[in-house]
Every structure is written in structure tokens, then in C-alpha cells.
Design a protein around this ligand. Structure first.
Ligand code: NAD
Length: 493
């Protein structure tokens, strides 16, 4: 694939001619290049999106947009194997996980097709007001040009979580994928075009965050920013949004707890704890990276986790049966190893803690477990975003909740127990936008997704995701024949 941007329905070079190498994290070899878009390209893309928003697209019904969304889903489906492989080469994740991401992406476009149709039925819905001389209706109008900025951990899926609802709502968009993993976003641009998305409705500008991302955030014609990424970048995006009073949704980081009570089924706990921290190499915003285990089960649980972590098959995501691939980039690899070195000073290492033996290239790190982690340590408080689990023990339910909620983040939380009354009680008291009982990480696209505290603002997915890209407009009519009688008094007064 040539390093190009997708603007106004066609491929184009970056105005400044810059390029970014694309590196396979399993081999550290450069296998492609991206166009390094800058503010001039963002300007062209936003102009195209603005023009498209004033054209025929603005008059489409939800049903018409649904047909296009289903065609996009079908287009992705037709190329799912190739897209999954591209995702592995770009991101490093095991192929089976990439297949799961692509399946979710297809589901996402089909789901928002259904929501787009549902929107037609809600247009002009009556809101009952307590004065029958008035009739109030609500119409849902698209927000306009939206800027979508996504990270590298689920490249195509994170783009779909924003592109699908934005199109369902009737917005036009500029997507800025991560500079580490832009290839499937460019494929998505092509598939959208082939599916009948008019020129200018979907634009993809690759480039560095500080150039293309910052320019998109600051562009005055962008009416809403939907961002997924780290807290510091989220703050930069929110600051830019504030300057123009743009709409904003932020899906940021996490340091999510999984609380395990003594009565939980040990083998189930081992499975979900491992899935919660080693899936996608731990590069998951909602990863349950803090294990808070009751003292009666903690010792046996850590032993079993260490035993199973040692059996995880590490390797190139393309190889059969691999469960843990390389981290996405050299930067991420160095950052996680740095945290591991900090952890060795702060707590007790029971498993992993290094690059696996026999790997001479690639950003591989062993599944790593620390115990006896104190709540004032960096590995307990900060998001590592790698395959590193921190374990602490507790005695009482109150103590567990205090430990779980003592975090600047509030994305997700999990509780494992056979006592369902306790599970519900703990779930209610977790300060988190997503709570799992007797599991960790299963994610459906119909419920709301998002975090409390520094984990973000707003919710994605489900109909909440659709509302992110709509402006509800109130239309109130006075329908009485009687004069209102405030200024123009009747002659009998
Ligand atoms: P990041 O913040 O470094 O980058 C995210 C995106 O922002 C990239 O496209 C990047 O190019 C762009 N960017 C960077 N600087 C920018 C700037 N100044 N202005 C505008 N855009 C800029 O995050 P990352 O390392 O790609 O992703 C990892 C983070 O994402 C983690 O913190 C993770 O928890 C979070 N995340 C959250 C969710 C969620 O749903 N809450 C999902 C996935 C990832």
C-alpha cells in the first residue's frame, strides 16, 4: 500500500511529503510506510467533510445510511482474513484475537445500521409538557464535522466504535488513527468508499499525534471530538475542545481492580484473572491489572497463576496457538520493562519479569506477576499497559472496596464470589463505569462503555454512542387559538 491519505473520496500525498515507517513488532522490521499528515492535510480533510455535510448526505434518512453501514460490514466481512493478518503485522496481537476484533468490527457496523433505522422512528417524537396549549417535538440532527482520534491497541475496532455511530447519525468525519497502527484504518476508508459512502464523508489522515492529532483537535470547523487514548493526550484534546466549545467524549486509561473473595471457584478465578491481564498483551484499557484477593485464597491463587502464566505460549502473533504476542512498539516495550524494574524494587516478583529466553528480536515480555504490592507504589497506582499483574491481599469487604476504589481511574472493576448478594453489593459500591461479576473483560456492543474519574467523559457504544453524534433539537409550538395575553392585554382588563 502506497503511503497516502484518504481525503474527499480519493488518495492523496501528505502536503509536506513526510513519511512514517511501519514496524512489525514481532520482527522489528519495517514493512510499510504511512504518509505523515500535518495541519495542512487536516485542513483539506475538514474542508471536504464540511462540504460533504452540506450536500446530499445531510438529507439521507437513517434507513439509507443503514444500507451503507451494512454494505461496509459486508465489505469488511469479505476481507476479514486479510484484515486480521494486517492487524497482527501492525499491532502484534495473536491472530485469533485479531479475528475476534474484526468480527466485533463487522458486528459494530451492523448494530449501528439498526440504530440508524431506529432513529427515523424517533425523529419528531412528542415530549409531553405540562401545558396543553403547547406541543413539543424533538428532532435529532447530526453534530456536523467530527474528529475521531484512536489508539493502537484495537486499531480497527476502536475506529469502528466511533466511525459507525458517526455515520449512523449522519455526521461527516476525519479519522486520525495511531501512527503505530494505521493500516486497517486506511483499508476501512477504501471499504467505506466502495460501500457507497459519498466523497468527503469519511476522511482518514494518518500522522503523528502532535501534528495531525493536535491540528484536528484545534480545527475550528470540527464540532465534536471523540478521543480514545491516554490521560495526558486526553487532557490536551479536551483543552483544545474547550477553546472552541466543541463537543467531547474521552475514553481514557484505567487501573482496574478484580476483587476475589475466599468463596470463589479457584479455577474460574485463575481463568478470568489471566484473561483480564494477559489478553492483548495487557494492552487493554479495562485490563484488571490490580488483583485484590482475600487472605484465605490469596496464597493458593498466586501459586496457580504463576504456574499457568509460565505455560502461556509466547510468539509471533501469526504462529499457531500463540497466546501472547509482542507489545506494539519499542516505546511501549521500554515503558513496560521500566515498570517491571520499578516493581522489582517495590514488591515481590513471582513470575516473569523479563524478555523471554530465545527471543532475539521483537518486543516480547513475559507474563509478569508481583505480590505483596502496597497501595502507595507506582506499579499499583499507574497504568502500565502491558502483561503485568499486581496483587494485594485483604481481610474484609470494606477493606477490599477501599483498596479497589482508591484510584484516580474508574473505568472497570470485577468481583469474583459465589455469594451473589455480596457480588451485587460490591458491584454497586465500585466506582467504575463497567462492572463484571464472576468474569473480566467480556464486552458487548449494546451496553454503555466508558469510565468515571480520570478514565473519561461520556459513554460510547449502544445508543449512548449514537447520541454522542447527534444534537437533540427541541421544537415547541403554541397551538392554542387563545391569545397568550402577556403584553397584549384584552380590553376587559
Ligand atoms: P495516546 O494518547 O498516546 O494516543 C492516542 C491517539 O492520540 C493517537 O492517535 C495519537 O497519535 C493521538 N495523539 C497523540 N498526541 C496528540 C495530541 N497532542 N493531540 C491530539 N492527538 C494526539 O494513547 P495510545 O498510547 O495510543 O493508547 C493507549 C492509551 O489508550 C491507554 O492509556 C489506554 O488505556 C487508552 N485506551 C482507552 C480505551 C477506553 O475505552 N477507555 C480504549 C483503548 C485504549
Amino acid at each position: 500500500m502506497e503511503p497516502k491519505l484518504f481525503i474527499d473520496g480519493g488518495w492523496t500525498d501528505a502536503a509536506d511529503g513526510g513519511r512514517i515507517d511501519v514496524i512489525d513488532p514481532a520482527s522489528e522490521r519495517v514493512f510499510a510506510a504511512l504518509a505523515a499528515g500535518t495541519s495542512r492535510d487536516i485542513g483539506r480533510a475538514v474542508d471536504a467533510a464540511k462540504r460533504a455535510g452540506q450536500g446530499a448526505w445531510a438529507h439521507t434518512t437513517g434507513r439509507e445510511r443503514a444500507a451503507i453501514l451494512r454494505a461496509i460490514a459486508a465489505g469488511i466481512d469479505a476481507e476479514k482474513d486479510r484484515l486480521a493478518r494486517l492487524e497482527v503485522q501492525d499491532n502484534g496481537k495473536p491472530l485469533a484475537e485479531a479475528h475476534g476484533d474484526i468480527a466485533d468490527t463487522i458486528y459494530c457496523f451492523n448494530l449501528y445500521a439498526t440504530y440508524a433505522e431506529g432513529l427515523d422512528a424517533r425523529q419528531g417524537e412528542t415530549i409531553v409538557v405540562p401545558d396543553d396549549r403547547f406541543e413539543t417535538r424533538v428532532k435529532y440532527v447530526p453534530t456536523g464535522v467530527v474528529g475521531l482520534i484512536v489508539p493502537w491497541n484495537y486499531p480497527l475496532l476502536m475506529a469502528a466504535w466511533k466511525v459507525a455511530p458517526a455515520l449512523a447519525a449522519g455526521c461527516t468525519l476525519v479519522l486520525k488513527p495511531s501512527e503505530f497502527t494505521s493500516l486497517t484504518a486506511l483499508e476501512l476508508a477504501r471499504i467505506c468508499h466502495e460501500a457507497g459512502v459519498p466523497p468527503g464523508v469519511v476522511n482518514v489522515v494518518t500522522g503523528l499525534g502532535r501534528d495531525a492529532g493536535a491540528a484536528l483537535s484545534a480545527h475550528p470547523d470540527v464540532r465534536k471530538l471523540a478521543f480514545t487514548g491516554s490521560v495526558p493526550t486526553g487532557i490536551a484534546v479536551a483543552t483544545a475542545a474547550a477553546k472552541d466549545v466543541k463537543g467531547l467524549s474521552l475514553e481514557l486509561g484505567g487501573k482496574s481492580p478484580i476483587v476475589v473473595f475466599d468463596d470463589a471457584d479457584l479455577e474460574q478465578v485463575v481463568e478470568w484473572v489471566m484473561f483480564g491481564i494477559f489478553w492483548n498483551q495487557g494492552q487493554v484499557c479495562s485490563a484488571t491489572s490490580r488483583l485484590i484477593a482475600q487472605s484465605g485464597i490469596a496464597g493458593r491463587l498466586v501459586e496457580r497463576l504463576a504456574e499457568e502464566a509460565g505455560k502461556i505460549k509466547i510468539g509471533d502473533g501469526m504462529s499457531d496457538g500463540v497466546q501472547l504476542g509482542p507489545l506494539v512498539s519499542r516505546t511501549q516495550y521500554d515503558k513496560v520493562l521500566d515498570y517491571i524494574e520499578t516493581g522489582k524494587r517495590e514488591a515481590t516478583l513471582v513470575s516473569g519479569g523479563a524478555r523471554p529466553a530465545g527471543f532475539n528480536a521483537g518486543y516480547f515480555i513475559e507474563p509478569t506477576i508481583f505480590t505483596g504490592v502496597s497501595p502507595d507504589t507506582r506499579i499499583w497506582k499507574e497504568e502500565i499497559f502491558g502483561p503485568v499483574l499486581s496483587v494485594a491481599a485483604f481481610k474484609t469487604e470494606d477493606e477490599a472496596l477501599a483498596l479497589a476504589n482508591d484510584s484516580e481511574f474508574g473505568l472497570a472493576a470485577a468481583v469474583m464470589t459465589r455469594d451473589l448478594d455480596r457480588a451485587r453489593r460490591v458491584a454497586d459500591r465500585f466506582e467504575a463505569g463497567v462492572v463484571w461479576i464472576n468474569c473480566s473483560q467480556p464486552n458487548f456492543l449494546e451496553p454503555p462503555w466508558g469510565g468515571m474519574k480520570k478514565s473519561g467523559i461520556g459513554r460510547e457504544l449502544g445508543t449512548w454512542g449514537l447520541m454522542n453524534f447527534l444534537e437533540p433539537k427541541q421544537i415547541t409550538a403554541y397551538k392554542s387559538a387563545e391569545p397568550w395575553g402577556w403584553y397584549l392585554k384584552s380590553s376587559t382588563d
